[in-house]
Design a protein around this ligand. Structure first.
Ligand code: NAD
Length: 498
């Protein structure tokens, strides 16, 4: 693959668009109020773009457009195979525009350009392609009845789906929802995070080029409590699918109750346990996974392995080896293809992470790496990889989601204690278990309360596998064929024949 070098990425960044409108009914539009807000590049702390600040009126306009095209059936009643072909074409257009999209993610999130290019964009394109390929393979059901009856169970698109997503993987998190929702025949109104709207706006433009009718794919830019709340509260939006914090996820449940009882699907936070037993079959791999899964994307990952549970007899050596890998993650200009640690998305998140680091020290955890901030060429919001050992699971740094490059290492004596600690959390998103003993592996996989458990690996990211949370990590799943169920209603039809 021919990828741009550092100088080329910098040149592309200089030509970056400094203004972004919303996308409604197939075209870019200003907010009806004319208001805008600014996004800031966290690696330089300079303004990067003026973005349309939409409110309830814009949401209403987008909903009317989305509803009209849904009712007209241009997309909702198109043959599944034809919809699938359009989504596959869109996946191809994402690949053709991959460098541009990766640049948007890097400049807005502060993430290393190569991670944006190779992970975010490729996986977003894969999701569109996979659902495009899958949708015409699904069949409905006929139940056993007397001969005089034909009874069917069919799935129908819900109508207008609101999609509200976070900033950590802007395009990817959106595509995990948009792809199955569109494949099923719905219209969508997407609300990107205020920090990171541009890649999703570009996707909406590419969707028109791929053949998705005007009004099927709308993007409302704006501030969460205004634009996001207006989507949650709208009476003509049938379903709301959200990725973000648990606190905001709960608000969407309230919005639904206060409006039209729309279906609400939530992918929320995590405080994920990664359990390493002394009989781990591949220590090198376990060390590398433990480190990469908390430092990748600056630790701004819902499934980050942020609680490292290590068996007492190996804890010192294991944590030291993870720390040694942490030292190789060096803050750098996200546009430099060699950079492996980017900036933190914004000042709020930067302060929040620093607050947790201070709290860990106050509570008596032993900080053996990091704890300090950094700049690159005198600028930017960077935090160095940080490792705490001798953490107790009652400490705030073990209970709350930090969403930064901060590892809390906790030791345990046996598998029962490890599982007890793992489950002693309000969250239940992902978990890992490293052991040679199949009985221990199976026990952990069965007893850990989490939507995904990896054995002798960490983080299962295959698009065909469901991804979702137990407890306060969420309701429903993204990815896999099961995600399509979230965006369809089930209909029973009973036909009596003469
Ligand atoms: P967030 O909850 O602050 O924001 C998410 C979205 O909700 C944004 O679009 C935001 O504008 C909107 N929003 C914020 N306040 C709102 C309100 N009052 N009403 C309506 N909408 C509102 O989350 P974030 O800071 O963007 O992202 C980080 C969080 O996302 C972390 O908690 C992380 O675990 C979670 N996350 C979860 C998954 C998953 O799959 N489970 C994946 C990625 C991120």
């Amino acid at each position: 693959m021919n990828l741009p070098d550092y100088a080329s990425w910098q040149k592309m960044a200089n030509d970056f668009i400094h203004q972004s409108k919303a996308f409604i009914d197939g075209e870019y539009v200003d907010a009806l109020s004319g208001k805008t807000y600014e996004t800031v590049n966290p690696a330089t702390e300079k303004m990067s773009a003026h973005i349309a600040a939409c409110d309830a009126n814009d949401v209403d306009k987008a909903t009317k457009s989305a509803r009209a095209v849904f009712d007209a059936g241009h997309w909702s009643r198109m043959a599944a195979r034809d919809r699938g072909a359009v989504l596959q074409k869109l996946a191809g257009l994402v690949q053709e525009n991959a460098n541009k999209l990766a640049l948007m993610e890097s400049l807005n999130v502060g993430k290393p350009i190569m991670e944006a290019r190779m992970a975010d964009i490729n996986l977003a394109s894969q999701a569109l392609k996979w659902y495009g390929e899958a949708i015409d393979k699904l069949t409905d059901e006929i139940i056993a009845t007397p001969e005089s009856v034909r009874a069917t169970i069919t799935r129908e698109p819900m109508g207008v789906v609101g999609v509200v997503v976070p900033w950590n993987f802007p395009l990817l998190m959106a595509c995990w929802k948009i792809a199955p929702a569109l494949a099923a025949g719905n219209s969508v109104i997407v609300k990107p995070s205020e920090q990171t709207p541009q890649s999703i706006l570009k996707l909406a433009e590419l969707a028109i080029e791929a053949g998705i009718p005007d009004g099927v794919f709308n993007v409302i830019t704006g501030i969460g409590p205004e634009a996001g709340a207006a989507i949650g509260l709208h009476n003509d939006i049938d379903c709301l699918t959200f990725t973000g914090s648990t606190a905001v996820g709960k608000k969407f449940l309230e919005y639904s109750g206060r409006s039209n009882m729309k279906a609400v699907w939530l992918e929320c936070g995590g405080k994920n346990p990664n359990i390493v037993m002394a009989d781990c079959p591949n220590m090198d791999k376990a060390v590398m996974n433990a480190a990469m899964n908390v430092f990748f994307n600056q630790g701004e990952v819902c499934a980050a392995a942020s609680r490292l549970l290590v068996e007492e007899s190996i804890k010192d050596e294991f944590v030291e080896r993870v720390t040694a890998i942490g030292k190789t993650r060096i803050p750098g200009d996200p546009l430099n293809p060699d950079t492996n640690l980017g900036a933190i998305v914004d000042k709020n998140q930067y302060d929040r992470i620093n607050g947790y680091i201070a709290k860990g020290q106050e509570e008596g955890a032993e900080m053996i790496l990091g704890g300090d901030t950094a700049t690159v060429d005198g600028k930017g919001l960077f935090i160095k990889p940080t490792v705490f050992k001798n953490v107790n699971n009652d400490m705030v740094i073990a209970r709350e989601e930090i969403f930064g490059p901060v590892l809390a290492a906790i030791s345990f004596k046996n598998i029962d204690e490890a599982i007890k600690i793992a489950n002693d959390s309000p969250y239940g998103l992902a978990a890992g278990i490293w052991t040679r003993d199949i009985n221990v592996a199976h026990k952990a996989a069965r007893e850990i309360q989490a939507g995904s458990v990896s054995i002798n690996s960490y983080s299962s990211i295959d698009i065909a596998l469901p991804f979702g949370g137990y407890k306060q990590s969420g309701i429903g799943v993204d990815k896999s064929l099961h995600a399509i169920e979230k965006y369809t209603n089930i209909k029973s039809t009973w036909l009596e024949l003469d």
